[in-house]
Design a protein around this ligand. Sequence first.
Ligand code: PBG
Length: 322
Amino acid sequence: MTAPLRLGTRGSALAMAQSGQVADALTAATGRTVELVEIVTAGDRSSAPVQRLGVGVFVTALRDALTNGEIDFAVHSYKDLPTAAYGGLHVAAVPPRQDPRDALVARDGRTLAELPPGATVGTGALRRIAQLHALGMQLTVTPIRGNVDTRLRRALGPDADLDAVVLARAGLARLGRADEITETLDPMLMLPAPAQGALAVECRVDDPDLVELLAVLDHAPSRAAVTAERALLATLEAGCSAPVAAYAELAEGDDGDEIYLRGAVISPDGSRDIRLSRTGTPADAAEIGKALAAEILARGADSILGQPAHAGPGTQQFGSTE
Ligand SMILES: NCc1[nH]cc(CCC(=O)O)c1CC(=O)O
């Protein structure tokens, strides 16, 4: 009998759900048993806005546990992974991506267009705050934090103090709460975060047997989409401090698969919005992302500042962290 593989995971309901799903898929594909090991990250310990805690708040403790051999592999929400490489670790698989779109959960079953002027909408990410302001609906956008259940209760139930919240559809789906969604937001209005809805299965480079084993979970189209979106993010992070959105779709073209990447940089108050797109082949995913980022920068993204001057009441200091 081989020993179970130790899968490090955060303890939140969402992290446990997605780690459990990856563990089950690995066992089904390979017959290997997997044991979940809970790791507490800085992001779990603090209730400060994620943007203030900095990049990597949900992953550093997991990566440290991997590096020191406490666990064999880890499952991260890919959008929480910093773009900077982390020495000695390798993303061995990107499983099939969930729906990457954002979702509105509003009182009385309302859609975005049915919200009255001045309605209060809660969301954590500056990218969403910026795009909500850009709609020109006079929404009052309030930063919120906490686990999915806590955030939903801001708009649903007896203690609701907001008209709506916006969160990732994927998180709700993984927790079996997708039926609470009152509108899945069209990427034309709310372009998702780079890699939203995707997972990264990470292990040590010096564990080649596990690198090979985990590769059974990899889904090439999801990896190509995420590669394009994160290449765009990495290039823009180096050149501007404003929120970044990106969404790559794969479609079958006449000459094989085609990738269609959209990207945006939006000022926190929504007054400036640079939105462009580019197509290419999945093999060139990273180049497409870099080239689109360069075009967005050439349109002046570097002059859009990430720190909000007029982002509305209650808005706090943010960096580009989602
Ligand atoms: N910002 C935190 C975060 N990181 C990953 C998800 C779930 C969606 C995903 O896996 O991309 C969420 C919640 C959210 O954005 O609503």
